[in-house]
Design a protein. Structure first.
Length: 130
């Protein structure tokens, strides 16, 4: 199991709802997500709902999450898919696509900043702007 990883923020992560390469839905300001590298998803068995047969399972597609700065606490959902359609490619707020975007805003995150994702237990994650 990989216990932590870091990503460098891109505009699309910070502005998911408005800076998109698809017209699958309308513009929604304030959405954000944290990508999950393929090796992390595969190693840690991080699934989307295809991988959990449509069920919500803590430690597989749902995780309790807090931020190191104390600005965020909630549940995040693993979504999207890697080359294998069972494995997730990003974390977003559970049933709230603006949750991570709000944390990015409060933490004053910008393009080029680094984010660390750390598992503190099989069901708990801490996110940190470095």
């Amino acid at each position: 199991m990989i216990t932590s990883y870091e990503i460098t923020l891109k505009r699309t992560y910070l502005e998911w709802g408005s800076y998109r390469y698809t017209n699958s839905r309308g513009v929604v300001y304030g959405e954000g997500y944290i990508p999950i590298p393929a090796n992390v998803a595969y190693s840690n068995n991080i699934f989307n709902q295809n991988g959990t047969d449509g069920k919500d399972v803590f430690g597989e597609n749902l995780f309790y999450c807090s931020s190191a700065d104390g600005l965020y606490q909630g549940v995040i959902r693993a979504q999207g898919n890697q080359d294998n359609p069972r494995y997730a490619k990003q974390f977003s707020g559970d049933k709230d696509l603006k949750a991570i975007g709000n944390w990015f805003y409060q933490a004053e995150a910008s393009v080029g900043d680094k984010i660390r994702v750390t598992w503190t237990s099989p069901t708990e994650i801490v996110i940190e702007k470095l």
